[in-house]
Design a protein around this ligand. Structure first.
Ligand code: F6R
Length: 608
């Protein structure tokens, strides 16, 4: 949540900051602002709304080569110009941007006010800049460190001072901050997407670290001034990957990137000779893997649904008992960590606070936690004991799509690996491997139906409520379908096990509440069809995603999206989820929603 940029170098800072903010807009879009060090002093410009509104307000002749910028996802204080960042101290000499939450801000604010500081905003962030002002005696670095030592909560900050026009101080504790090392210029940002058009050499700051930088050099220390040696790492993402490239929205691009993303996730990881998978970064020996008696998966949102698919797979393919739990719940219920239990923390961004804190809680109790992440160098990727990158490329749209299919790809591989160490035969392993390799082509076949799914969405977008219903391994897919629809179109949707509706939700069925059924041709097909009939007989409209040639649905479903038939029913989640993503996308378009920036949301939820 919230995106931060900082720049120090020969270029006009405002241009670099605004470009960075545009790339970070997916992290929050309630308001935005920049502050640039001009000869006459600090120039602050901020505005409620999206970055484009801020750009309208920034004069083209703005000078200054050092500055900071921010795009906000509001937590404390309303969405307005005053609460937008950067915030200034009383003198207007110090400016600061902050991402995170300061838990003890009200006590600090009261004290600062009693000392004469005047606050202009309702934010928790403003206390930090007043603390820096209070402690400033000529060294900005020292003042920032003194201020940070008093804070409880999370922060990624960047601070600047009028009297030190070529200097920035950045610091991190719980909210990400990356340093970009250019040639005679330096960048700071919440993530690398804001930096990679300038440099691919980055330094990931860890919690408790402070970076002091000028255009020419940087120094990293901790709050007690101990210097810390940092490694400069190379970012592998290409610029084209973070641009829309001819698509109307990032979400559309990312849906269509899925065949490639799945291919990348599988690439080099399947061993056909041994009919198993190889997963590099697990940091576990075969003996360790064999000793696993149970698996527990934790995650949030879409990643949680991917985890549910993973649990189903691990139990059915590897016959290892597996549970899935929302990270936000797990953390606070004093989880029991049993020996020989392997834990997974699944997170596209690798920064989700709920998941990160659950990981820390599990590790504190002695658990081995593997990460399944997309963003290289993210907090969860770094703090986990090992893990697997999903390699789906940057996911910019707030609504997650390709991360889901790439996350489940990793679970298919892991289930294959664990299964082949146990009872799974060579032939069965080989069948799974071949089926997984064929998935990208099958997904392409579904994407080719975009036009008919668009027409279907146009027919249904005016409904106010939907049910998404699936069973078995497709039950989490139904929940993911409902989540996609509600978050980008604001149509109310619920995902349920198709069997479960008779225990309550069937009361919602009438002509105005369509049900979207997922009908694979697996062992549960007949059961799902019975559930469809229960809805039909109560006057409900029915949409279905079903396997080609499934004639038995013709008299039951009002509309059918056909998907290719698979040999192994376990792989249907890939094919079921894609039409639901497209349906949600086109419904949102039809309703004129800003698909990439849905109301009240932001990508990468770094607050609890
Ligand atoms: C839904 C969505 C969210 C995220 C959730 C976890 O489309 O994007 O539900 O899946 O916030 O995010 P990550 O995977 O980054 O931990």
């Amino acid at each position: 949540m919230c995106g931060i940029t900082g720049y120090c170098g020969p270029r006009p800072a405002a241009k670099v900051l605004l470009e960075g903010l545009k790339r970070l807009e997916y992290r929050g879009y309630d308001s935005a602002g920049i502050c640039v060090a001009e000869e006459e002093g600090l120039r602050l410009i901020k505005r409620e709304g999206k970055i484009r509104r801020l750009i309208e307000k920034v004069p083209t002749n703005i000078k200054g080569n050092t500055g900071i910028g921010h795009t906000r996802w509001a937590t404390h204080g309303r969405v307005n110009d005053l609460n937008a960042h950067p915030h200034l101290d009383c003198s207007g000499n110090i400016a600061l941007v902050h991402n995170g939450i300061i838990e003890n801000y009200s006590g600090l604010k009261e004290k600062l006010e009693s000392e004469g500081h005047v606050f202009l905003s309702e934010t928790d962030s403003e206390v930090i800049v007043h603390l820096v002002e209070k402690f400033y005696q000529g060294s900005l670095e020292e003042a920032v460190k003194e201020a940070l030592a008093l804070l409880k909560g999370t922060y990624g900050i960047v601070c600047m001072h009028r009297d030190h026009p070529g200097l920035l101080i950045g610091a991190r504790n719980g909210s990400p901050l990356v340093l970009g090392v250019g040639n005679g210029e330096m960048f700071l940002a919440s993530d690398v997407t804001a930096i990679i058009s300038y440099t691919k050499a980055v330094v990931y700051l860890e919690d408790g670290e402070v970076v002091t930088l000028t255009a020419a050099e940087y120094k990293t220390t901790d709050l007690s001034d101990r210097e810390i040696e940092k490694k400069v790492e190379a970012v592998s993402w290409e610029l084209e990957e973070i641009e829309k490239g001819g698509y109307s929205f990032f979400m559309e691009k990312e849906i269509f990137e899925q065949p490639e993303a799945i291919k990348r996730g599988v690439s080099g990881r399947i061993d056909l000779e041994q009919a198993t998978a190889h997963l590099g970064g697990l940091n576990m020996s075969n003996r360790d893997l064999l000793n696993i008696e149970r698996v527990r998966i934790t995650a949030a949102g879409t990643s949680y649904y991917a985890g549910m698919v993973g649990a189903y797979l691990l139990e059915s393919v590897a016959r290892v008992p597996c549970t899935v739990e929302l990270a936000s719940e797990l953390r606070y219920r004093n989880p029991i960590v049993e020996r020989n239990t392997l834990h997974f923390a699944v997170s596209q961004s690798g920064e989700t606070a709920d998941t990160l804190y659950a990981l820390r809680e599990l590790q504190r109790k002695g658990a081995t936690v593997l990460g399944i992440c997309n963003v290289v160098g993210s907090s969860i990727a770094r703090e986990s004991d090992g893990g697997v990158y999903i390699h789906s490329g940057p996911e910019i749209a707030v609504a997650s799509t390709k991360a889901f299919t790439s996350q489940i790809t990793v679970f298919y591989l892991f289930a294959m690996l664990l299964g082949r160490m146990r009872h799974l035969s060579y032939e069965a392993g080989l069948e799974l491997a071949h089926e997984l390799q064929a998935i990208p082509t099958r997904v392409e076949q579904i994407l080719a139906k975009q036009k008919s799914i668009k027409e279907l969405a146009a027919k249904y977008a005016h409904y106010k409520n939907f049910l998404f219903l699936g069973r078995g391994i497709n039950y989490p897919v139904a929940m993911e379908g409902a989540l996609k629809l509600k978050e980008i179109s604001y149509i109310h949707a619920e995902g349920y096990s198709a069997a479960e509706i008779k225990h309550g939700p069937i009361a919602l069925i009438n002509e105005e509440t369509p049900s979207f059924f997922l009908v694979p041709d697996d062992g549960l097909k007949e059961k799902v069809i019975s559930n469809m009939k229960e809805v039909k007989s109560r006057g409900g409209r029915i949409l279905a995603v079903a396997v080609e040639g499934e004639n038995s649905l013709n008299n039951i479903a009002d509309d059918i999206i056909e998907i290719p038939k698979l040999k192994n029913g376990l792989f249907y989640p890939f094919l079921m989820v894609v039409p639901l993503q497209l349906f949600a996308y086109y419904c949102a378009l039809d309703l004129g929603r800003d698909v990439d920036h849905p109301r009240n949301l932001a990508k990468s939820v770094t607050v609890e």
